[in-house]
Design a protein around this ligand. Structure first.
Ligand code: CP
Length: 302
């Protein structure tokens, strides 16, 4: 494909190729001069209609490490404020001869819509509650780096599954790669269609810890009005919050991922967020290499 819109339907060999290519670029990040000429002459626009720290900076870094020209579009200082539509915005950007667009938008389906409006390669950096494919790719890369494989591993995604694009992309990617995927959270945060995706549901976090090799713990999305669909933060912490005490009571060894940003003291206690089981900042480093791989493969092989 010329675009990366999501991981649904992406074949195993394509995911494998992205992860293997990322391994090569991961090594570049350890060099004194962290730059290769791979995308010299290509122009990439980072079009972020929603807030981001990790995804936006790591895409910009990935573009610069590949010698592409990286342009950042901040909606707050753009003519979107004067009422310009997304369609007009993208047509104007395309008229400036841009090769690739990285888009984050609150509306699911926006990256797909852009593929119909312009000729650039489109990369989804998170579209509403739909998909966040590069997050799932960096999660899979990080699990594989740490545990050596994805096939046959038991991975549980914890938290607000119903409103999470990270959950959906992880489910599609991990299942394709042969992992056994489950989800854990309050019933109000588990979507009705989950079992149709071939995913088990666990309502008890202690059981989830005991039965899995990996927990991918999601952020409780307070900005998406999470309070409307679960009783209280205190109750969430009591029944689903992951603490050192809870980990040690249930299991000796487990790998914990979190996409960030963390609500410390909510989904993870601070001692777990900084503790020996987690690889949260390694995920962030790997995110640059994975995004370099995606940009390289879309920018040069198609
Ligand atoms: N994980 C993630 O997407 O973080 P940002 O929202 O900061 O990009």
């Amino acid at each position: 494909s010329r675009h990366l819109l999501g991981l649904q339907g992406v074949p195993k060999e394509d995911i494998q190729l992205i992860l293997d290519t990322a391994t090569t670029f991961r090594e570049v990040l350890e060099r004194p001069i962290k730059r290769v000429p791979t995308l010299q002459g290509k122009t990439v626009v980072n079009l972020f209609y929603e807030s981001s720290t990790r995804t936006r900076i790591s895409f910009e870094l990935a573009e610069k490490r590949l010698s592409a020209d990286a342009i950042n579009f901040a909606v707050s200082t753009s003519s979107v404020n004067k009422g310009e539509s997304l369609k007009d915005t993208i047509r104007n950007i395309e008229a400036m001869k841009v090769d690739m667009v990285v888009i984050r938008h609150a509306a699911a389906g926006t990256p797909l819509m852009l593929t119909k409006l312009c000729d650039a390669n489109i990369i989804n950096a998170g579209d509403g509650i739909h998909e966040h494919p590069t997050q799932a790719l960096l999660d899979m890369y990080s699990i594989r780096e740490k545990l050596g494989r994805l096939d046959g591993l038991k991975v549980c995604i914890v938290g607000d599954i119903a409103h999470s694009r990270v959950a959906l992309s992880n489910i599609f990617g991990l299942k394709t790669m042969g992992a056994k995927v489950s989800v854990c959270g309050p019933s109000t945060m588990i979507p009705k269609y989950i079992e149709e995706l071939g995913v088990d549901v666990i309502y008890n976090i202690d059981e989830a810890i005991q039965e899995n090799d990996v927990l991918n713990v999601l952020r409780i999305q307070l900005e998406r009005k999470a309070r409307e669909y679960f009783p209280s933060i205190r109750e969430y912490v009591k029944y689903f919050g992951i603490t050192s005490e809870r980990l040690e009571r249930n299991k000796k060894d487990i790998l914990i991922l979190h996409p960030g940003p963390i609500n410390r003291g909510v989904e993870l206690s601070s001692d777990v967020a900084d503790g020996p089981y987690q690889i949260i900042l390694q995920q962030v480093t790997n995110g640059v290499a994975v995004r370099m791989a995606v940009l390289y493969l879309l920018g040069t092989l198609n």
